[in-house]
Design a protein around this ligand. Sequence first.
Ligand SMILES: Nc1ncnc2c1ncn2[C@@H]1O[C@H](COP(=O)(O)OP(=O)(O)OP(=O)(O)O)[C@@H](O)[C@H]1O
Length: 756
Amino acid sequence: MDSKIPKPSFLKKPTGPLSLPGNARLPLSRDLLNIPSANSTMFAKMRAPSPDKKSTGGGTVNRAKLRRSRSAMDLNRPDFHRPKHTSALAPILSRAGNINANTVAMMASSDLVKQMPSTNGTRMHQLRRSRSACDIAMTSNVSSISSTTTSSSASGMSSLAGFKRQPPAAAPNARTAVAAKVPKVATTIPPRAGGVLSKPIPPKIVTTAASSVATATGRRVAPVVKSTVGIKAGTNKARTAGADAPKANGAGAKTINKRIPPYDYKARFANLTEKHKALMEKHEKLLEGYAGREALQELYDDCTRELEQLKTEHAQLKAELQTVRLENDELSNTNQSLSSNLEHTETELQKLREKYTVTDRENATLRMQLKELEERAAFLEEENVTLQDVNQRNTELLFHANIERKDLHNMVMDLRGNIRVFCRVRPPLPMESHRIECGWKYLDEQSIELIAMDGSNKRMDFSFDHVFHPRTTQQDIFDNVSPLIQSALDGYNVCIFAYGQTGSGKTYTMDGVPDSLGVIPRTVDLIFNAINDYRHFGWEYEIRVTFLEIYNEILYDLLDTSGTTKDLEIRMANAKNKTEVYVSNIIEETVETTARLHQLMNIAKMNRATAATAGNERSSRSHAVTKITLIGTHQEKGETCIGSVNLVDLAGSESPKTSTRMDETKNINRSLSELSNVILALVQRNEHIPYRNSKLTHLLMPSLGGNSKTLMFVNVAPFQDCFTETVKSLRFASQVNSCKLQRVKRNKVLNGSGVM
Ligand SMILES: Nc1ncnc2c1ncn2[C@@H]1O[C@H](COP(=O)(O)OP(=O)(O)OP(=O)(O)O)[C@@H](O)[C@H]1O
């Protein structure tokens, strides 16, 4: 502009510094000051004729309008062709950044700006008002340039002064007028529900200067102004102000029409300041708009991120909600179950309480009963003490009575004889029905008459301690044997043996059969029952057993199942008492129960030698001796009594004529003969008793003579073909029965001093 518009000669450069406030930038002042202030004539000469003027024939007012519109409105248009005479403003706009601070400082020092309050809303209001004033001033300036050059500077100043001093109320009027024409799309960004933006902000939203958005993060968003709309609004406002100013204020119209004299630098400066202010205002709005857009973009990005985050959180929360719902369902089920359990428990608790109440009552009753019982117990205890004394005396009496009973029992046994003979006639077996029987007459319990059925009509009478006919039961037999067993428990040696022809029923009498037990098993039962009763008298018994077999004059241990042959010897037990013997190397087992003793008996029975004979399919071909030793101890009295029972099942005598094993038969018959000799020697009271002539008599020495009680069963078969053997047996038995043995003594051990 400087190059094309010559500087008027009357314009003089101010000599002194321009009275600008603060550090206002000089280049700006210089540029502004260098704008030619030619009068309208000169301006008209220099400017090319306006097309509008050509076409419309309008005056300077239209040109001024056009120029103002171009300067104010078209500056921001991209296709705007900046006229050369406005290039002086370009540095101002292009250096908006620099101008901003300096100009603001300058404006801050000027009276125009100083009147503005510092608050944003009011400031923007004042800015708008200033812009309107600027437009008015600019319009008036242009008008004055285009209309007349005779206006005084005072009027120009006054117009500016009048503008500057325009009351605040005028601005709202102007703005109201502008607002009425400019469609202002202004809104605030709606806050998001719960502090989050619910939807994106429309791109062309214009907010008021005071509008602000509070985000969820609390960040304050700068007011957003749509630049294009702002410009349009500003343009419209300026246009409206320019058009309406003369009409609105008569004084203002007068001022507008006045031109600012070129020398009126103050007015020109004011005018330019207003222009500058308007431009700055636009610039600031643009900046604000730009900042707003950036803020919106940032806000949009933030919101997008937040939205994504919220979506993620929403998905997580949804999953969590699902989990919580499941947990809630589980908890509900658990709660329901617990409630049910609680209800059940409460019901049980109620029942238990009721039970407790009942039990408590019962307990109280029982306590009363307990008290009564305790009193009763105390009374009974006293009685018990008394009874214990009585019992003690009774026990003592019983002990002595038992001794008396033993003595009396022994006396009875002695009266019956030390050796007793029972005769038993066995019945014929079903398989023996073809055999002819002898004639048997049972005269009484002790006498029997045998009649030969061979036609000779021989008759023989025999007497014994007891005669048992074929129908006599095993129990009847044992009832007569049991007193001897009692003697054994009382401390006597007892010997029970069965003598007779083979097949006459010896084994049946001694052992019996499973359905009909004989003497030995019944003796065992009796002994164990008796020792249980004897405990009441203070006696404790120990039972020892041995099972011995004498076969062909050799001793065998029937309990030895090892298969090895041991040398068993009969030895003298006591040098003083030569009748006491024992067997060396024999197994002597202590038994505590009946079952064990029966078990041992079965073992011995299985080990015994048997064979078929003419008279017996399963004949016992040996002498079997079962010895039961009874050791009774009375701890209190310090007494011990030892008794024994020798139960002997002799081998059956056999006629050499019918024997198939002669050596065996000879040994059997010889041992039986030696037994007869010993018994007869005892009967005849011989000095020498040939005990040692056979193993059998040697073994039975303590039981046959001296201190013993002997019972001999003579078993006979009922048949005529056994007549001779039967007569021999009965005669021998009769001889034994007539034997009177010396009175026997009871075995007594006093304090372990030995058997007496
Ligand atoms: N009182 C009785 N009642 C029923 N049967 C009997 C009686 N006595 C013996 N017997 C039967 O007669 C048979 C021969 O008896 P047993 O074997 O006891 O004779 P034994 O004298 O022992 O003969 P051996 O000397 O040959 O051993 C057996 O079958 C036995 O069951």
